[in-house]
Design a protein around this ligand. Structure first.
Ligand SMILES: NC(=O)c1ccc[n+]([C@@H]2O[C@H](COP(=O)([O-])OP(=O)(O)OC[C@H]3O[C@@H](n4cnc5c(N)ncnc54)[C@H](OP(=O)(O)O)[C@@H]3O)[C@@H](O)[C@H]2O)c1
Length: 255
């Protein structure tokens, strides 16, 4: 069973009464994060370690993953979300060491900026959408052993039909069709997993525009600490948290 966290989120300023209630229900547990050797995934892993969670840091490259895990006191598992054997082995490793999985963060993702073609689209969908299926399906048996299983898919508001058709939203002006479509698929998969597993909290999040390697060719972007905080908060809301939603740190987003 998850253990009540020793320290609550005193570093978070939030005046919303419902959110304060969520904070009181924060639990520590066993977490797996994909694509966690850098960027938002790495910072999410670091913050979860700081909160006292046992964190399995998934990375496709063994050296990059092991270095990242060592740096923050996490455990590395080799995990390429496009490789069924790699995903199965990673979940076997966790199952051999743990009795359950409490938190899964589907974070691994790619965004290509070259002109779209078949291979590029296949890679984007394989990573951003099919990867969610591979990892979630492999993790479900262990998640079912948790009393408060939570899945967070780091999706994107670029995959929101509402946002991309709303001229007032920045996503309206984005032209990266393949990335947007793959994230729409990731969000739909997350919603379907939520419907199929009502005993779990399963949500998709738009983390916020963030300065990472993915956005290095563009200006701006907030620090990974801010975006990871939103991911961690959603991953640790516990039983009182929402399920079957797409959201950002301000609340629920339309599909
Ligand atoms: N940055 C933003 O503004 C923003 C906004 C909305 C959503 N997102 C989403 O946030 C997530 C994290 O992105 P980021 O900005 O932190 O980008 P990032 O710094 O480029 O990190 C992406 C991570 O995904 C990993 N990855 C890629 N393909 C993988 C695969 N096949 N198997 C396992 N891991 C794989 C990368 O590993 P390698 O180091 O091995 O490549 C890296 O660890 C993505 O899903 C992205 O779409 C980001």
């Amino acid at each position: 069973m998850p253990v009540l966290v020793a320290h609550e989120w005193h570093s978070y300023s939030c005046e919303h009464p419902l959110e304060k209630r969520y904070f009181k229900e924060v639990v520590v547990g066993i977490a797996l994060i994909t694509g966690a050797n850098k960027g938002i995934g790495f910072e999410t892993a670091r913050q979860l370690v700081d909160l006292g969670h046992v964190v399995y840091l998934g990375a496709r490259n063994v050296v990059r993953g092991a270095d990242a895990a060592t740096a923050i006191g996490a455990r590395h598992v080799q995990l390429d979300v496009t490789d069924d054997d790699s995903v199965a082995q990673a979940l076997r490793t966790i199952a051999d060491a743990e009795t359950r999985l409490d938190i899964l963060v589907n974070n691994a993702g790619v965004q290509e900026f070259d002109s779209a073609d078949g291979p590029l689209a296949m890679r984007a969908f394989d990573t951003n959408a099919v990867g969610v299926v591979r990892v979630t399906e492999a993790a479900l048996p262990l998640l079912r052993k948790s009393a408060q299983a939570t899945v967070v898919t780091v999706s994107s508001s670029a995959g929101s039909f509402w946002a991309v058709t709303n001229p007032a939203r920045p996503e309206f002006h984005l032209t990266n069709a393949v990335y947007a479509a793959s994230k729409a698929a990731a969000t739909m998969l997350t919603l379907q997993y939520a419907k199929a597993n009502p005993q779990m909290r399963i949500n998709a999040i738009e983390p916020g525009y963030t300065a990472t390697d993915m956005t290095a060719g563009f200006e701006g972007g907030r620090p990974v600490q801010d975006s990871a905080r939103a991911v961690v908060r959603l991953a640790t809301l516990g039983a009182a948290g929402p399920t079957g939603t797409l959201r950002d740190e301000a609340g629920e987003l339309s599909w």
